[in-house]
Design a protein around this ligand. Structure first.
Ligand code: ADP
Ligand code: MG
Length: 617
């Protein structure tokens, strides 16, 4: 048989590797920013056009490259950062695989200008899909400028897979935040389509955080600091009262590299236990320093996970350090034992004076009287009494059932459940007369075939979701004018998101005014929303939207209606009075689709009489 194995040509190998390294424009941004940092830059400029699809350019004032290095840097496994395998265990640079530039050049049009300080002139290199198109001598300042244009020009499937410019820009911004937060001493500029998004001067950690997330952040930060032989921790946590309903600003850096760690996240959340609600998250910016040999850095280039040698100890140290900071800055409660309401004087007794207990004696009491008067009766009295109360159990039943013949003949056949589980209006009324709530979680009501158990929160979500959808499509949103407009402060990137979704928010009843870089005014809100909820709701809307939690949604309107419904719906644990229970059940079964919540979870289950019968066998 003829030999069939061939070595892949370099440009094909590079394209394959590129698939792993470059998933989207943000991956290129990360690689280029990291290269600039590795080159010792003190000022880094990031320039982006059309969400990075048209252009991603990073300009640094770092070491620059000689002409030979400039050419070599685009070869696969070409790196100046390690020479032998042992170097891996003492790594101080971001990159070391020598793959990024080769990969990027395989799938984009790349233009590089670079010059080391000592050289008179620099090199200007153009590469398109791994092919060197031109190489010239050029006059350029010290450092490197890398422009990556038309990403995925030769892989249309990948290019089509990219999301909208706004979404890609958000991914880029996230990546930029991570790098900029890890290196506050380096100055960063970030331009998008010609306008400056961030201008971050060289500063300390605190000021870097505030520069990125807005001036309001400063008052929220509580410093954290600890030094042990295993780990050095510094950074900030946000005060418990600023905990958010959604995950927002949570950053771990290990040796100045951003990482994700659900395990360490848990340690932080555990330290906040009792200080914030169970469904909210603290913000944190935590910088850990460990011996490079104690972590596994040989991780995938695009992954952000890290493997620590001794995770458990790290967890314990982190948790106690944060507890300590919370305590020191007086944000933990002054008493460390819990209030037990059972041990407290009930309010109504608080201000009453103490009265000596009195015993009242019935002077006429004759213990023999009753026996005397009933002594002749044949049947003992206790026989009659219980019979009466036993009968009285039926009294309620009779009056409830007797008034309506249809209800008298309730038949318990199992029925297929359709949109409406009630046969007619009358039956709705009938069922509603007997709703009740169990465990502050479910509403139970009877139907022809048995009973329905409704998840109160999901039911309300469905009701609100349909209301919001209707409002925004019919454009009949009603808003309530605020007597005193609310001025709200958000971060610049949150404000950008707000602008993206402004028209939909307006269509459901919000009215905004005066949108500035870090603040805006709310002058009107939807009818279903109360003033005190506005800030929380907008916070949630913006962050949900940013995180695209509803990736499969049809439209922005759909995403926002879902989020609003989720935020405003009654929650598990809330007590509903019988009127509200009735209203909720009524509204639910008036919905177009009462069976599923907006997040595709079942809203109710039915239990038929035969289901119940089976349990009694
Ligand atoms: P790695 O960063 O893993 O070494 P890259 O493909 O990202 O691999 O870069 C290859 C080499 O090119 C680097 O090792 C470095 O020597 C050089 N290089 C890349 N970008 C820059 C830059 N901005 N300034 C100076 N040198 C750079
Ligand atoms: Mg690199």
């Amino acid at each position: 048989m003829a030999d069939i194995i061939k070595l892949l040509p370099d440009h094909v190998a590079n394209q394959i590797a590129a698939g792993e390294v470059v998933q989207r424009p943000a991956s290129v941004v990360k690689e280029l920013l990291e290269n600039a940092l590795d080159a010792g830059a003190s000022v880094i400029k990031l320039i982006v056009k059309d969400g990075g699809k048209a252009l991603i350019q990073v300009v640094d004032d770092g070491s620059g490259m000689s002409t030979t290095d400039a050419r070599l840097s685009f070869e696969r496994h070409a790196t100046s950062k390690i020479q032998k395998a042992e170097d891996l265990f003492n790594l101080n640079t971001k990159g070391f695989r020598g793959e990024a530039l080769a990969s990027i050049a395989a799938i984009a049009h790349v233009e590089m200008q670079t010059k080391p300080e000592s050289d008179e002139v620099g090199t200007h290199l153009k590469i398109e899909g791994s092919e060197v198109v031109s190489q010239e001598v050029t006059v350029t300042p010290k450092g490197t400028s890398m422009a990556v244009k038309n990403l995925f020009f030769n892989i249309p499937a990948r290019r089509n897979f990219l999301k909208s410019n706004q979404v890609e820009l958000r991914h880029i911004t996230d990546e930029f935040h991570r790098v900029a937060l890890a290196h506050p001493s380096v100055a960063f500029h970030f331009y998008n389509n010609g306008s400056e998004l961030f201008n971050l001067p060289s500063d300390n950690y605190r000021k870097r955080i505030v520069n990125i997330f807005g001036s309001r952040t400063n008052e929220k930060l509580v410093p954290v600091e600890e030094e042990t032989p295993i780990v050095k921790i510094k950074g900030f946590i946000t005060k418990p009262e600023f905990a958010k309903k959604s995950r927002g600003e949570q950053f771990f850096f290990v040796n100045n590299r951003f990482i994700k760690s659900p395990y360490l996240h848990h340690a932080v959340v555990a330290a906040f236990e009792g200080l914030i609600k169970a469904d909210s998250f603290p913000g944190y910016f935590l910088y850990l320093e460990v011996d490079p040999a104690s972590i596994d850095i040989n991780i995938h280039p695009t992954k952000t996970e890290v493997k620590f040698d001794d995770e458990h100890t790290l967890y314990a140290i982190l948790r106690s350090t944060i507890k300590h900071s919370l305590g020191q800055f007086n944000v933990a409660p002054a008493l460390d034992f819990d209030h037990d309401p059972n041990l407290q004087t009930p309010y109504e007794f608080k201000n009453k004076s103490v009265v000596q207990p009195k015993v009242t004696v019935d002077a006429d009491f004759n213990p023999f009287q009753e026996i005397q008067s009933k002594g002749n009766q044949m049947t003992p009295s206790y026989n009659k009494q219980p019979a009466k109360s036993w009968e009285s159990l039926y009294v309620g039943m009779e009056s409830r059932m007797g008034s309506n013949d249809a209800a008298n003949s309730i038949s318990f056949e199992s029925e297929a459940i359709t949109g409406s589980i009630f046969d007619d209006e009358k039956e709705v009324q009938e069922a509603l007369a007997t709703t009740f709530q169990i465990r502050r979680k479910y509403i139970v009501t009877t139907i022809k075939s048995g009973m329905v158990v409704i998840d109160q929160s999901r039911a309300h979500q469905r009701v609100l979701y349909e209301k919001f959808l209707k409002n925004s499509t019919v454009k009949e949103a009603v808003s309530q004018q605020l007597l005193f407009p609310l001025q709200l402060t958000f971060t610049p990137s949150e404000i950008n998101t707000l602008k993206e979704i402004e028209s939909i928010l307006v269509s459901i009843g919000f009215i905004f005014d005066n949108i500035k870089d870090e603040s805006f005014t709310v002058t009107g809100i939807p009818l279903l929303v109360t003033e005190s909820e506005v800030s929380m709701i907008l916070d949630q809307l913006i962050s949900d939207y940013q995180q695209e939690i509803n990736g499969e949604s049809f439209s922005q309107t759909d995403i926002l209606s879902k989020t609003l419904a989720k935020t405003l719906a009654v929650k598990t644990g809330e007590v509903l009075d019988s009127k509200s229970q009735l209203a909720l059940v009524n509204d639910l079964f008036a919905c177009t689709d009462a069976t599923l919540s907006p997040f595709n979870k079942p809203v109710y289950i039915t239990i038929t009489e035969s289901d119940i019968d089976k349990k009694f066998i």
